[in-house]
Design a protein around this ligand. Structure first.
Ligand SMILES: [Ca+2]
Ligand SMILES: [Ca+2]
Length: 181
């Protein structure tokens, strides 16, 4: 190789290297552009714990939710469901017929002398679920007296209450009522 040829070859090499560097730069630029357009899915938090059941008894609902931490980009996927609801069942609500006095309206519940509506049957008296039949001679429950009948005017009235101006004492088999002088 002549001196001239060497100089020319060096020149060509330098030019080729410059060209390669330019191409590399274009390539990086294109890669960055593509990267900027790549679809990215959104990022959501994990589902929260279920909330408390919103009913005190019988059944209700509970919820859980999740939040978006980062929005989707370039048409990436993102689930639209952010809240969920499910049925929850808690202890049965009190009701007339469960045998328990559990509301103001219930005079008694599921005992003899008590109606299916939890009211006291005629001729009976109840102190809560302790009920007694008026007229059987036994002093029971809320009875003030029980003289063995449900007549009025004899000192012990039809609902086993002591009538006005009478006094009653309980004997073995029945109340004995006498007028107060
Ligand atoms: Ca009840
Ligand atoms: Ca009685």
């Amino acid at each position: 190789m002549t001196q001239k040829e060497i100089v020319q070859t060096n020149q060509s090499l330098r030019e080729a290297l410059t060209e390669a560097a330019k191409l590399n730069e274009t390539c990086t630029e294109l890669r960055n552009q593509l990267e900027a357009k790549r679809p990215v899915d959104c990022v959501l938090t994990k589902w929260s714990e279920w909330t408390e059941c919103d009913a005190k008894c019988d059944s209700g609902n509970q919820h859980r939710s999740r939040q978006m931490i980062q929005a989707a980009k370039n048409g990436g996927d993102c689930p639209s469901e952010r809240t969920q609801r499910q049925l929850c069942v808690v202890a049965q609500c009190p009701f007339c017929g469960d045998g328990i006095l559990n509301s103001e309206e219930e005079q008694c519940d599921s005992v003899e002398g008590c109606t299916s509506e939890c009211t006291i049957e005629t001729g009976w008296s109840c102190a809560g679920n302790n009920c007694g039949k008026c007229g059987n001679g036994k002093l029971e429950a809320a009875e003030e007296c029980d003289d063995g009948d449900m007549a009025s005017g004899d000192g012990c009235g039809p609902e086993c209450q002591i009538e006005e101006a009478f006094a009653c004492v309980q004997q073995l088999d029945r109340s004995k009522c006498t007028p107060i002088d």
